[in-house]
Design a protein around this ligand. Sequence first.
Ligand code: SAJ
Length: 413
Amino acid sequence: MKVCIIGQGYIGLPTAALFSRSHCEVIGVDVNKEIVDNLNKGIIHIEEPGIAKIIKKSVKKNIYKASLTPEKADVFIITVPTPYVIDNYSCDLSYVINGCKSIVPFLEKGNTVIIESTVAPMSTDEVIKPIFEKAGFTIGEDLYLAHCPERVLPGKILEELVHNDRIIGGVTPECSLKASEAYRQFVEGNIMLTEAKIAELSKCMENTFRDVNIALANELAKICAEIGVNALDVIKMANKHPRVNLHSPGPGVGGHCLAIDPYFIYSKAPETAKIIKLARDTNNSMPDFVCEYVKKIIPAGKIAVLGVSYKGNTGDDRESPAYEIISKLENDYEIAIHDPHLKRDNFVSLSEALENADLILILCDHNEFKHPDYELISKKMSNPIIFDTKDIIYKVPKGITLYNYGNLYELNK
Ligand code: SAJ
């Protein structure tokens, strides 16, 4: 089986790796020449365990090739970003549409086209299908089209692509069957056949479920700060109930999924999707909440910001709330940013960030931050205070003050 994958990013590249590991010939297409050139040398541009080794081996074996243009194949998979349109929160399908148009000249009768990018409900039937019909194909008869959303967790992509259950949403039942043949190359989880629109909405709802639950935890954190209760203890206690699973409050919700997919549903039914929109607004309000309490802790001075990735142990800062927090604090404070997973010109070493800092602000739960070097902290800071928005530090030695969502209310006394 020959597979052509459009988009060699966080999902496209691991998917390419797995197809090539299963002895399929893979063409990985990307618009970025530097990425393509590096991939052909076996150098990958994403931080994801296991992928580099497979790509290197596949390049060597000539079974994986990156390219700026598609080639003829049996299966085409579209894994490009779908941002939302700022004005109305609808799903911006432009990259998907361009990806689909780019493969049209290479399509042959009997090929399968799979959309993996997260899209708003109805996109496959109403927007994507007509592109191929216009090119003369009859979907379900001589071209097979399906939406098969990925559901993997960054940091565990390789494992989850293989073991998670896979939703296959065909435009027709024949399309589902054809698409499932492709995934059987490497998927060991259940392969569940359904309709395209069900696949689209279930993917959006999975991330919305999480976003809404995080919003509830964030709202609880705010309520507790206001009324004087330890939010973290409340969560611990409530979660002892067998049917309760309160999520964790934090500095906001980042990433390319939870912070975006709920809008795709909202934009389809804005008058009805009230909880979904309120959850988005609540999570979007967290950077302001963090800044409000930073101001209560120290009115001026230097802040060492630890962690800018949107989640722990990844080098992914897409939609990270950390950037909004930093830009809001920048006017009133000196800010030094440290993130061991991200290389940016203005980021500094831990030691440099701590130098004469008045506050350590933890915005991300990287493992490196979980056991701070208190000796270094006491050496570099005269009156060390830590504000841990991710609840990763449990106990601090004498002389160091710790604020988290368990004791912010003390600042309101
Ligand atoms: N977060 C909290 N509190 C929590 C959990 C997470 O504030 O209790 C924050 C994180 O810090 C992060 C954001 O939410 O900023 C999102 O993190 P995440 O780990 O929940 O999700 P993603 O975006 O990395 O991955 C999600 C996953 N979806 C679900 O768990 C339902 C993943 O399975 C999907 O494949 C992925 O979105 C995607 O691509 O859609």
